[in-house]
Design a protein. Structure first.
Length: 191
């Protein structure tokens, strides 16, 4: 019997199953693409370490200076392992990321593009679908930090085109946990 036959364990297990189902429905992903963790920061740390196992020295990742340190910082620290980190800078006049600026940063060595759905400083909502399409066209995985966006409305992750989307449940009236969606085909190759 699941949950060892204890009624409290069965109830807790059923509630957890329901949480996966509901979050998958809210975010338009499959249940097995929903992953809970202690926090978004911890999820990102584990994710960055897992990705490092896929890459060679000289491979490139792109992060933005619009992003919160919790998203960009773990990726930047991979530079000490031989990964080339390219910075996608905001327009100094507007504080916004310009998708056209990615054209000069993306290359055949780009493995990952990480950026925020929404700036936590100026509140600008980035055109995630357009940015994700640019990253995917270059062969990069796309990681979107949704911590500042999700409190305003849970996104349709499939529509956005992100490989990974992360946010903090406690900012959406949920428990103090981080939620991460990862496309199944990517999860299968991550160490």
């Amino acid at each position: 019997q699941p949950y060892y036959g204890y009624p409290a364990s069965q109830a807790a297990g059923a509630a957890m199953d329901e949480s996966y189902q509901r979050m998958a429905s809210y975010l338009n992903v499959c249940e097995d693409e929903v992953h809970f963790g202690p926090s978004t920061s911890q999820n990102l740390y584990v994710l960055a370490q897992a990705f490092r196992g896929l890459w060679d020295k000289g491979d490139e990742i792109i992060v933005s200076n619009q992003d919160h340190e919790a998203n960009a910082g773990f990726w930047r620290r991979l530079e000490t392992t031989g990964i080339v980190v390219k910075e996608w800078h905001v327009d100094p006049r507007t504080g916004q990321l310009e998708p056209k600026d990615l054209d000069a940063l993306l290359s055949s060595k780009t493995r990952l593009l990480a950026f925020p759905h929404c700036s936590n400083v100026i509140g600008h909502v980035n055109p995630v679908k357009e940015i994700a399409a640019k990253g995917k066209a270059a062969g990069a995985y796309v990681v979107v930090d949704g911590v500042s966006y999700a409190p305003h409305g849970l996104p349709d992750v499939q529509e956005l085109g992100a490989d990974i989307y992360l946010f903090s449940l406690y900012k959406t009236w949920g428990p103090h946990l981080g939620l991460m969606t990862i496309k199944k085909e990517l999860l299968e190759i991550l160490p």
